[in-house]
Design a protein around this ligand. Structure first.
Ligand code: FES
Length: 127
């Protein structure tokens, strides 16, 4: 097995992930699968006045997916939907202080699922 060297910030978000769980009365829910590894991620958002006031995630992903989702939820909480949907995997990886190249695909899950959740929210609003 190849050993992957994660930095301390990644390890912190993996061992103590923020915003894990489910929002029962979510305004938007997005689920995506990772074409590279088959792992799955769901993001739940609560929206008020166009701002993400709460966000949670559940994943069957690896350590990098958990860490990147944890930090992504922190990055977009309190942001407008327009700001949140601009989040890229590179923003997430940068905020984590870098991810090993073989794990970059894992950080797609959070931003893709978030965009799906925003899409679903807008659809429900008839937008
Ligand atoms: Fe699947 Fe990381 S290996 S999300």
């Amino acid at each position: 097995m190849v050993e992957i060297d994660y930095n301390e910030k990644v390890k912190d978000h993996f061992f103590n992930p923020r915003n894990v769980g489910e929002i029962k009365d979510a305004d938007g829910v997005g689920t995506v699968g990772n074409p590279v590894c088959g792992d799955v991620m769901t993001i739940y958002i609560k929206v008020k006045n166009n701002i993400i006031i709460d966000i949670k995630f559940k994943t069957y992903g690896c350590a990098a997916a958990i860490a990147s989702s944890s930090i992504a939820t922190e990055m977009v909480k309190g942001k407008t939907l327009e700001e949140a949907e601009k989040l890229t995997r590179d923003d997430v990886a940068k905020e984590l202080g870098g991810l090993p190249a073989v794990k970059m695909h894992c950080s797609n899950l959070a931003s893709d699922a978030l965009r799906e959740a925003i899409k679903e929210y807008r659809k429900k609003q008839g937008k």
